[in-house]
Write a protein that binds this ligand. Structure first.
Ligand SMILES: [Zn+2]
Ligand SMILES: [Zn+2]
Ligand SMILES: [Zn+2]
Length: 752
């Protein structure tokens, strides 16, 4: 017999760890106690030593799914204290108040079984949950996490629920949102005749969906707009009403079998689709049946049901629903009943509502699965607010992110708390939500920022906010150049330190020379960087207008290449004005953005002259590209301290190819192959000067999987260590983590 003291570190509090230990211990006949302390969960047991070792191994294997174990320290003593039972000791009041909060968790298998069990008291109960599943982040108002501090506080647990809650052997032990038909929230349906239906709610909703109606459905982190995805007319109607002509919609499928009918699903993709986080996974289309759902690309964004309510909506005749976030252009996702019925009056035919309030908005997450990992386009529900663990520590910092894909990030010790998807800060409601979420996170995680970080762009709303609160509250404010932040974000994402070569390609970010960058390859570290490669500058004729009217960019590509623009190659109504603006340098801005180069080329190929959403040009090129084409266009890589990709020879050859009738599929592929070649050549040259072999890849352009995969593969086969994002988004949503990493490591430009 020995006595052992076991300290478990990591994310082990507020994730059901103590009940888990209590349950596990019963298999081992060990006696002692478990308690939460500021240094982790501490367990003390007495028993046979080999049993104790097995127990420790089992902790690692069977740990609660939300927990992350960073270390387990075991100290063994000969002296016994003679414990005769195993107890959970109430934690002493901890002044450090550092509780982690769970993300919202999709319904677990046990609850799903009960949901479908006619004899269960929660048969078809839309709010069924337990310790292992249910809403968390979106219903929590404050910490510590108990029912009083959630939006479940207005429901009083009935005796039956309460006895489950109090029973450590029960799956609902300390499940704060625990409830049942007798004591929990209820659903109701406001139909198109403005009648509130309280009986057979689900049947009424399903009938309306089957009739092609559009229904606003209150979910976990906000409302969805739903319709029968197989009803093309209903989908078109939704597009019209939502004013979303071409942007893809997300789909929710009844089950994985249904998904396989029209998408290719790898084993890893299936794992992510069915994980408790339940993100939307971008999957390759197998058939054309849903081309009208996602017009511009080869992917469909698919998720499986995650709230119990979702499961009730499906049957044999209704197995695929459009489930798109219910928000009007650039506004935050709608979360309250009143807000929904007012804002969506013209959009939804009916409203499936309930009286459990959503406290925090949280959109669905959106990922690709690449190399087996999540590759984030949007990191939100199911992930937020779990922190990103980083390998540096500093005093508390607030990083304010970018603007269009805004996020913020708060550092406490070595945990970076990244916000959920926020949206475009130029919208006032979105901006207000951003500010209130910053305050909410500060309160939840007891973070009091000493330093504030923002982008180098003075006009970003996030920059104005940072400077404003810095001045008001006497905090140091630092600016971090946009692409340096992308680089640092990918470094922190991969726990890198030291020097890297960073391919940071995106739509736009203000450069240190006050022109717009976006085709940059940097060399440096958290503290400092050098700009080592870029692309020949492109004119934005008419400023921001050129981001929408992308034929303006095509015009400039031709103008710079040939000195004039042949009407047979690009016929624009306003070409004379454009020409004048270029020649007189009126209202034109220079950018080295790869995103814009994509736009220009897609217009040149006639794929698109007007982008109805940002990145559309690039998405179309990716869709069009012939996967087996390996050809590369000619380009110049001008040698100096700053390598410059001169795209004019490439544009000349593209025009020749068009003239010769070469297929657009081939041209698209060759265009992207040329960018790959440019990236690889530049990296090799920088390596020859720096001996640096660690490469990070970041920026919105790398939502293009064709480009990402080819650059990754080529660099890796050349022996480089290539790092891509795996915990935060590659687009501007990931910027805040990078800003934070720069300043935590002593970099950034002090501005207040
Ligand atoms: Zn459950
Ligand atoms: Zn109850
Ligand atoms: Zn960016």
């Amino acid at each position: 017999m020995k006595r052992a003291n076991i300290v478990v570190n990591g994310i082990v509090q507020g994730v059901g760890f103590r009940p888990f230990i209590h349950k596990l211990i019963s298999e081992y006949e060990l006696k002692g106690w478990v308690k939460n302390t500021s240094s982790g969960v501490v367990i003390e047991v007495e028993g046979e030593l080999d049993k104790i070792h097995c127990f420790v191994e089992d902790i690692k294997i069977k740990k609660p799914k939300l927990s992350v174990i960073e270390s387990i320290n075991l100290t063994v003593y000969d002296e016994l204290l003679g414990y005769n039972e195993f107890r959970i000791i109430e934690s002493t009041n901890d002044t450090t108040k550092f509780t982690l909060i769970s993300p919202d968790v999709a319904i677990c298998d046990d609850c799903l079984r009960e949901l479908n069990d006619k004899n269960d008291k929660r048969y078809k109960f839309p709010f069924i949950n337990c310790t292992n599943c249910g809403p968390r982040f979106t219903i929590i108002k404050d910490v510590p996490y108990d029912r009083e501090k959630t939006t479940m506080n207005k429901f009083k647990m009935c005796d039956s629920c309460l006895s489950e809650y109090k029973d450590i052997e029960d799956r609902r032990y300390h499940a704060q949102p625990n409830c049942c038909f007798d004591c929990g929230p209820n659903i109701y349906y406001l139909n198109s005749d403005n009648i509130i239906i309280k009986e057979n709610v689900i049947e009424s909703v399903k009938n309306d969906l089957k009739e092609g109606k559009i229904i606003a459905i209150k979910g976990i982190g906000g409302f969805h707009l739903a319709c029968n995805a197989k009803n093309k007319i209903a989908v078109e109607k939704l597009r019209q009403r939502k004013n979303r002509e071409e942007k893809p919609f997300a789909l929710m499928c009844r089950d994985i079998k249904t998904v396989r009918q029209f998408c290719i699903v790898s084993k890893e993709e299936e794992e992510h689709l069915t994980s408790f986080r339940r993100p939307i996974v971008l999957l390759r289309k197998k058939s054309e049946i849903f081309d009208y759902i996602s017009i511009d690309n080869n992917y469909l964004g698919i998720m499986l049901p995650y709230a119990p309510l979702h499961f009730l909506l499906f049957d044999d005749e209704l197995d695929v629903l459009v489930m798109t976030s219910a928000n009007m252009k650039d506004k935050p996702i709608i979360k309250d009943n009143d807000e929904a019925t007012i804002e969506l009056k013209e959009v939804a035919d009916g409203f499936l509502l309930h009286n459990r309030d959503i406290y925090v908005r949280c959109d669905d997450s959106l990922i690709f699965v690449y190399k087996g990992n999540e590759y984030f386009i949007r990191r939100s529900r199911g992930y937020t607010p779990f922190p990103i663990k980083v390998e540096f520590e500093a005093e508390d910092i607030l990083a304010c992110g970018a603007e269009q894909k805004a996020s913020f990030c708060l550092l406490k010790k070595n945990y970076a708390f990244l916000s959920q998807h926020i949206g475009d800060l130029k919208n006032i409601e979105t901006y207000n939500n951003y500010i209130s979420q910053i305050e909410h996170f500060k309160k939840l995680f007891d973070i009091n920022p000493k330093k504030i970080v923002c982008d180098y762009h003075p006009d970003y709303m996030s920059t104005e906010y940072a400077i404003d609160i810095g001045e008001k509250h006497n905090k140091e404010v630092y600016m971090v150049q946009h692409h340096h932040a992308h680089m640092a974000s990918c470094m922190a994402d991969n726990n890198l330190n030291g020097n890297v070569i960073a391919i940071t390609w995106d739509g736009t970010g203000l450069g240190l020379d006050n022109t717009l960058w976006g085709g940059e390859i940097l060399y440096g570290n958290y503290r400092e960087f050098e700009r080592r490669a870029t692309i020949r500058k492109i004119r934005l004729v008419g400023g921001d207008l050129a981001i929408k009217e992308i034929d303006r960019i095509a015009y400039d590509l031709l103008y710079q290449t040939f000195g004039n623009v042949d009407k047979n190659i690009l016929d624009m109504k306003n070409s004379q004005i454009i020409n004048k603006m270029i020649e007189n340098n009126v209202n034109t801005y220079l950018t080295s953005s790869i995103g814009r180069l994509f736009d220009g080329v897609s217009s040149l190929l006639g794929l698109r002259h007007y982008a109805s959403y940002e990145g559309q040009g690039a998405i179309l090129l990716e869709k069009t590209a012939e996967l087996n084409e390996n050809g590369v266009y000619t380009y110049n890589l001008e040698q100096s301290d700053l390598l410059e990709f001169d795209w004019r020879p490439m544009i000349r050859e593209i025009v020749l190819d068009i003239g010769r009738g070469v297929s657009i599929n081939i041209i698209s592929a060759k265009f992207m192959n040329t960018l790959v070649d440019f990236a690889v050549k530049s990296v090799k040259q920088i390596e020859s000067e720096t001996n640096c072999r660690d490469i990070v890849i970041s920026g919105g352009v790398f939502q293009n999987m064709y480009l990402l995969d080819r650059i990754y593969t080529r660099l890796q086969s050349d022996g480089f260590n290539v790092y891509i994002h795996k915990r935060v988004s590659t687009n501007d949503e990931g910027i805040s983590l990078g800003q934070l990493a720069v300043v935590a490591n002593g970099g950034g430009m002090r501005c207040v």
